[in-house]
Design a binder for this molecule. Structure first.
Ligand code: FAD
Length: 471
């Protein structure tokens, strides 16, 4: 049996509904805030605020905005089918949420936590204001298996290396079981203004570049569950052996669903645990490997929580001395458009542009190429990924870039420079992935190499010597 999340007793005179503020948790299943609100047996006002005004909140990239549009449409339809609806508002979250609480005479406002520093400050301020108004305001753990501050070293500090972090996570109580999806979510009968989703202009128009995204993805909670089910049934046993090969389709492709909270890590965890009961040998090890990857997402959030400037500041200050040459904009454009003359890099960059996603192995190769063969500051690449990925994540994206750069937590050492040709031979030996994404590969139409791999490698290592001299 699933226990209720901590549901504080009602403690005020307000007679109105419970407000549930949806953020990076666009689902109704395993939604602790919604679950706790429903346990109060009052009507629900479900709200989403598109906040592109509060200082410090990172503006969404184009692919993320496209995903958000689909996801909100899907959540709205789900809530309506359950007897409620979704109120949409655009603007700074703090005044909007407190105003909705006042207008509805809400007894409670519940939400699941976020972990960025600006978001946490906003939430803390809203909580204080609501409580001053006599409203029960509570936040819940809905997006991570392990709240970042609960995992501590023996000295009470944070972790900067994954393996001990993950060991510490596993040494404590296991992740809770997911809460069931509600059968009904009765909406509040009063009237409340709502924006129209289409008016937010989240989907691209003139030009509409999202055809590839539409073909590749179906956002929403139902699709997330289907993806998980299919992955566990078809790919989990071979995940360990084939997860590095982009042509194999052996990974879960759950990252955008996790990013937007259309599925919770608890649901992924519980279903994988269940699936692995029937596995043994390498297939069982494969399942463990998958859960460890989910653990990397936890680690990225742990790092973000303790280093809020992850997207802009080197985690290792010695890297501030890195002598980045002046930016060659044409070369960066060639990288963005997949015209570097290195087939695996180009395949990855074109996959990204077309589908809003890129296989993990290829993310590492394309990032390494930009940083170490083109000598471009990792932040330039991080921003491009932020704009083009449907799973663009405030923790995992800068974490991944700093990992590849060597400037980050538990990072690949700087001198580990992925050779894109060797990586292609090893992980795409039959060039299936390359040919699927770079049809002109091998013909005269394919661009000549942008750089000399050996020469640029030596230049990168010489530049790194300056960093070493500082440390
Ligand atoms: P699977 O292999 O099926 O893994 C299951 C889940 O575990 C993923 O959905 C993801 O939530 C998590 N996960 C797996 N690997 C990692 C990892 N290395 N770091 C953090 N979480 C991980 N992931 C994002 O979700 N958003 C990003 O913006 C992002 N940017 C990245 C940038 C770079 C430069 C690199 C090297 C990696 C980045 N990653 C990012 C991590 C990883 O590439 C993707 O999570 C993965 O490719 C998603 O595919 P999947 O869902 O099939 O993964």
């Amino acid at each position: 049996m699933t226990s209720l999340p901590h549901t504080p007793a009602e403690s005020n005179e307000h007679v109105g509904p419970s407000v549930v503020w949806f953020r990076d948790d666009l689902r109704v299943g395993d939604h602790p805030a919604l679950h706790a609100a429903l346990a109060r047996h009052r009507p629900i006002v479900a709200v989403y605020v598109f906040d592109d005004e509060s200082p410090g909140v990172r503006t969404l990239g184009g692919a993320a905005r496209w995903w958000l549009h689909q996801s909100l449409r899907s959540l709205g339809a789900t809530l309506e089918a359950l007897g409620g609806g979704l109120i949409l508002r655009r603007g700074p979250a703090a005044p909007i949420i407190t105003e909705i609480a006042r207008e509805t005479d809400a007894a409670a406002v519940f939400w699941n936590r976020r972990y960025g520093s600006a978001e946490r400050m906003i939430d803390t301020a809203i909580k204080a204001e609501l409580r001053a108004d006599g409203v029960d305001a509570h936040s819940f753990a809905g997006s991570l298996l392990f709240e970042p501050w609960t995992i501590q070293t023996g000295q009470g500090g944070s972790y900067s290396v994954f393996t001990p972090f993950w060991r510490a996570c596993q040494a404590g109580p296991p992740p809770r079981a997911p809460y069931p999806s509600p059968d009904t979510v009765s909406g509040w009968s009063g009237s409340l203004a709502t924006d129209s989703l289409d008016d937010w202009g989240l989907e691209p128009s003139a030009p509409d570049w999202a055809d590839g995204l539409r073909a590749a993805w179906q956002p929403g909670e139902t699709s997330a569950q289907q993806m998980l089910g299919r992955f566990l049934a078809e790919s989990l046993p071979r995940y360990g052996a084939e997860r590095d090969e982009p042509a194999q389709n052996a990974t879960s492709r759950l990252s955008p669903y996790l990013r937007w909270g259309e599925i919770s890590p608890h649901q992924v965890w519980a279903a994988t645990q269940e699936a692995q009961r029937s596995l043994s040998g390498p297939a069982l090890a494969s399942a463990t490997r998958f859960l460890t990857e989910v653990g990397w997402r936890e680690f990225a959030y742990h790092v973000l929580f303790h280093a809020p400037e992850l997207a802009t500041k080197n985690l290792r200050p010695a890297f501030d001395a890195f002598p980045w040459p002046e930016l060659d904009h044409e070369a960066v454009t060639a990288w963005q458009q997949g015209r570097t003359g290195f087939a695996l890099v180009d395949a990855g960059m074109r996959e990204l542009w077309r589908t809003g996603s890129m296989h993990n192995r290829v993310r590492m190769v394309t990032a390494s190429f930009l940083i170490k063969n083109m000598l471009v500051d990792w932040r330039v690449g991080e921003r491009w990924f932020w704009d083009t990925l449907v799973d663009a994540d405030a923790a995992s994206n800068p974490f991944g870039w700093q990992w590849v750069a060597g400037s980050g937590a538990d990072a690949a050492p700087y001198f580990r420079i992925f050779n894109p040709e060797l990586q292609a031979a090893k992980f795409d030996p039959h060039q299936q992935y390359i040919r699927a994404n770079v049809p002109e590969y091998g013909t005269d139409a394919y661009p000549a190499p942008l750089v000399d791999l050996g020469e640029t490698r030596r230049a990168a290592l010489a530049a790194y010597d300056k960093v070493k001299a500082q440390s």
